[in-house]
Design a protein around this ligand. Sequence first.
Ligand code: SAH
Ligand code: SF4
Ligand code: F3S
Length: 444
Amino acid sequence: MKKFYLRTMGCQMNDHDSEVIRGLLLSQGYDETEEAEEADLILYNTCCVRENPERKVYGNMMNYKRLKEARPNLIIGICGCMTQQKEELQNILAQLPHVDLVFGTHNIHRLPELLARAEGGERVVEVWDEAPYDEEGQDFRESLPVERGHRLKAFVNIIYGCTNFCTYCIVPYVRGKEHSRLPESIIAEVSGLVEAGYKEVTLLGQNVNAYGKDLSIDTSFSRLLAELNAIEGLQRIRFTTSHPRDMGPDLINALASLEKVCEHLHLPVQAGSSTVLRRMNRGYTRESYLELVRQVRQAVPGIAITTDIIVGFPGETEEDFAETLSLVEEVRFDSAFTFIYSPREGTPAARLPDQVPEEIKKERIYRLIELQNRISSEYIQSMVGTHQEVLVESTDDQGLVGRTRTNRQVHFAGSEQLLGELVTVEITEAGTWTLRGKIVQPQG
Ligand code: SAH
Ligand code: SF4
Ligand code: F3S
């Protein structure tokens, strides 16, 4: 039997695309392997949001050259966001002559045919500029096989693409314009998952808050949440990512009132200075972000708010950066993903004259990480002694592993029969990122 080795970079959208790629490859009679050395197909699902992971792809691909020399029938493929950039695609084709299968984010469904052609010895390159939709707005992704990474919690796309055009970001250029799935398709998918034993869904989109705005029917993200909340047997609903600009009172209300919607909000702030935010084209100010956080916390006490922050955006001064630090102090995020600004060709910010020198960017990110680590650790320590609702998701060599509603991982002793159940856990110990506890309900 032929084997594939699949490596996935980037965000949860890519993780989910890889679940579809797995489904397609298994349906073609391939089996998965964790060892590139023994694979008949090596496939990289790439990300281009920053430069570092891109470099890694080139580095790793160079290493596969000798595998290909030893086994000429080996197929080496690249897909995902990197291939959607025209110049990058040309670089891939020119610099990596041993790569023989290239496809994009809009034509994953074509993989079986493209693979068959590559197996026939052809160098196959097929990247589409847009996703194909029929007249009802349905697209190819509706009917593809999916091999999910977990059997209790699942990713569900609700909106594809992004049309926000934050000035630093490449995503709108590689993922196309915003396109919401029809509510009935999403509800059918989630109902099917629940019937198959799934307990939790994470709704995915670059900006889930914009859900429905592109559809001709009258719907919205908060309404979709309410409809999903009504599905019997479903226990938890999560979603990511929320754009602060599109976070209206109806959504805050949904977070507060729908019992299955978990108390966790990923609300990327990107920067603490209103001047920088304006140049990023984020559509909110420092003050309006802080006000939004206040409203959310008032409506949903105890909610975990996490964020993304970029340091060293072009023109960011020491004063601007100090405003990021003070915003982080003020909000006290549960955790934060922090990034050094990485110029992306074709985006407006990459052309700005006052790029921040690398040493300054590094020095700033260290200061930011230090601050956030202190806050995160205070936050996690404060959970010791509390009782938390935990969904038992998996087992490890020491017992059970689950997550709190606020998305913190907890380890505790208990029987495997509790897999998929909600239990109450008393937190007894906190590490840097994860918690230990003991079951108090049902008795462990
Ligand atoms: N759609 C999501 C995020 C997608 S990309 C949102 O809007 O929140 C994930 C994160 O990568 C972004 O939130 C941002 O913090 C970071 N990012 C995007 N472009 C970047 C760049 N050019 N350099 C550094 N970080 C970047
Ligand atoms: Fe990029 Fe902004 Fe779209 Fe997020 S909202 S994907 S940061 S353009
Ligand atoms: Fe990266 Fe593409 Fe996601 S660029 S962050 S994998 S949408």
